[in-house]
Design a binder for this molecule. Structure first.
Ligand SMILES: Cc1cc2nc3c(=O)[nH]c(=O)nc-3n(C[C@H](O)[C@H](O)[C@H](O)COP(=O)(O)OP(=O)(O)OC[C@H]3O[C@@H](n4cnc5c(N)ncnc54)[C@H](O)[C@@H]3O)c2cc1C
Length: 502
């Protein structure tokens, strides 16, 4: 089934308790800070019906027509199709939206891969996993991700601080589990469901814990409160801040005040081994869509810088070209990792097609860790005028307009209005509150940097370099030890075995 934008909007008009900037939001689809993103998400749903875009946005199989983003990947062609669809969305809107479903739904496919392992730990919930995988495909919900608890003072063991610092089960009923706590979640106030699971945790020697719980949370459930970060839309004119006003994806502190999670939505419960396993494979698919957004960000950096340099005629200088080349190398580095991850895709334990794990995770680190330097380079190439240009109102004012017309017109191709627009775009991309926030998003929204590096460590095939150096240096077989020259590290069951042995 594929929903329409109207279906989606109706689905989030469910009486949910949303607060922003000290205000209770009556209708999240109409509130000026949420409306731009709700409209984009609705339009993505409509793109699946629009004759001009539906072929790219949907896939037809024996089960009918489904959103391409939700379809489980079985082949490299499936990944190319997903990549094309995500590009089409960003090209259509002229900007980057990340947390719109395709970047989070892959967490469910990791669960599909893990179903067998999880049912070995606790068979009680195996059927729920299968049903939810299917439900995402057939009901087309807007699905997001919830991992991060407020966590509190981590010097103290969990039991020695306010227990709600981490989401936990407070009691069981016939209908389900009752949970208390809170999570930080992008897009929660206007999404349908969140795959909710523990954040990265040191479980120590505990096998069982009320904190080791994972479930699909219906975001319309009673007892949830969405306390949102104030949005950027509407703070200043859209002419001056074109990205802030259209592409701000608002996060919420989602408070769980005794929320009932029906048993059929519980995916694992009490088992710390299950929680560790789930975290180890969480981004196996979804890191692709996340990293693809960085490619578009890189295009925006290059485009803004190069247009500015062409306007001012500085692009012919060799030193400037070298800086542009550095931006291009960053862009092509991400492109190469994404492309290589598809070209060398791997079969998952459940038979799905995973992007090559080592290349994908290395690409995610490249994209995120280099972004601050690349933004600084683009800022440098755009020059100081992005920080100095007056707002559109001054260009329109009869007293100041003629002066700005004089000083912002460059030649017959580049009139003052286009220069103003480019400066406004570049300011919002590089200098605004929104720009800084996006940088934080790229840093943290799919776990913090140390978790990205851990994923590289766990998935890189260390055996290759070791074997080469063993041969090159003439070392004996003894040096390889037991830990190496085994199966590829991306075999999750091996990783799981090493984790649980600790
Ligand atoms: C814009 C934005 C959007 C987000 N969206 C979501 C979302 O949709 N869903 C969601 O679940 N979360 C989301 N998050 C939260 C994000 O996942 C967390 O911020 C991130 O996991 C870090 O957790 P923390 O903020 O509690 O930092 P802390 O855990 O306090 O860590 C702070 C820093 O301490 C260091 N550190 C901490 N622990 C370790 C360690 N074990 N090893 C090495 N260094 C360590 C690292 O430098 C780390 O960055 C979002 C965050 C941002 C900024």
């Amino acid at each position: 089934m594929i929903r329409t934008g109207a279906d989606y909007k109706d689905s989030i008009r469910d009486g949910r308790e949303v607060y922003v900037n000290g205000e209770k939001v009556a209708d999240v689809t109409l509130h000026p800070q949420f409306k731009p993103l709700v409209d984009i998400r609705a339009r993505i749903y409509d793109m699946a019906h629009d004759p001009a875009t539906r072929d790219a946005m949907t896939v037809t199989d024996s089960g009918g027509v489904n959103a391409i983003a939700n379809a489980l990947p079985y082949s490299q062609a499936d990944w190319w199709a997903k990549r094309r669809a995500a590009d089409l969305v960003m090209d259509t809107f002229g900007g980057v939206v990340t947390r719109v479903g395709d970047e989070t739904v892959g967490e469910m496919w990791s669960l599909f891969d893990g179903a067998e392992v999880l049912s070995e730990i606790d068979p009680q919930f195996a059927a729920n996993i299968g049903r939810h995988i299917n439900r995402v495909l057939t009901e087309d919900p807007f699905h997001i991700s919830a991992n991060t608890d407020p966590k509190g003072d981590r010097r103290r063991p969990m039991q020695d601080q306010d227990p709600d610092m981490r989401l936990h089960v407070v009691r069981e009923t016939d209908a389900g589990i009752i949970v208390c706590g809170a999570k930080f979640e992008t897009a929660a106030a206007y999404a349908n469901q969140a795959y909710t699971k523990p954040t990265i945790a040191n479980w120590g020697d505990d096998d069982l814990s009320p904190y080791a719980v994972g479930f699909i949370c219906d975001l319309g459930a009673r007892g949830l409160k969405f306390i949102c970060r104030t949005g950027f839309a509407g703070r200043a004119s859209a002419e001056d801040y074109p990205l802030s006003n259209r592409f701000d994806e608002i996060e919420s502190l989602v408070v769980f005040d005794n929320v009932l999670i029906p048993w059929e939505n519980v995916l694992f419960y009490r088992h710390t081994r299950a929680a560790s396993y789930v975290y180890a494979t969480l981004h196996r698919y979804s890191a692709f869509a996340f990293t693809q957004r960085s490619l578009k960000l890189a295009d925006m950096l290059i485009g803004a810088a190069l247009f500015n340099l062409r306007q001012t005629g500085l692009d012919h200088l060799q030193a400037v070209q070298e800086k542009l080349a550095t931006l291009a190398i960053y862009r092509e580095g991400i492109n190469a990792h994404l492309t290589g991850a598809i070209a060398l895709a791997e079969r998952s334990p459940a038979g799905l097609m995973m992007p090559n794990q080592s290349l994908l995770y290395a690409g995610r680190v490249l994209a995120s860790s280099q972004l601050p330097q690349m933004m600084q380079l683009a800022r440098e190439l755009c020059g100081g005028q992005i920080g100095l240009t007056p707002d559109a109102a001054s260009f329109a004012h009869p007293d100041t307009g003629p002066w700005l017309e004089k000083y912002y017109r460059l030649n017959d191709e580049w009139l003052a209005e286009d220069r103003r627009k480019l400066m406004a775009f570049a300011r919002d991309l590089l200098n605004s509150d929104y720009a800084g926030h996006r940088l934080s998003f790229q840093l943290f929204a799919q776990s913090p940097p140390y978790a990205h590096l851990a994923a590289v460590y766990q998935n890189f095939d260390w055996d290759g370099p070791l074997a080469f150096v063993k041969h090159a240096a003439g070392l004996s077989d003894r040096v390889m030890g037991k830990e190496t020259l085994t199966q590829h590290n991306s075999d999750t069951s091996k990783w799981f075995a090493t984790q649980t042995a600790r």
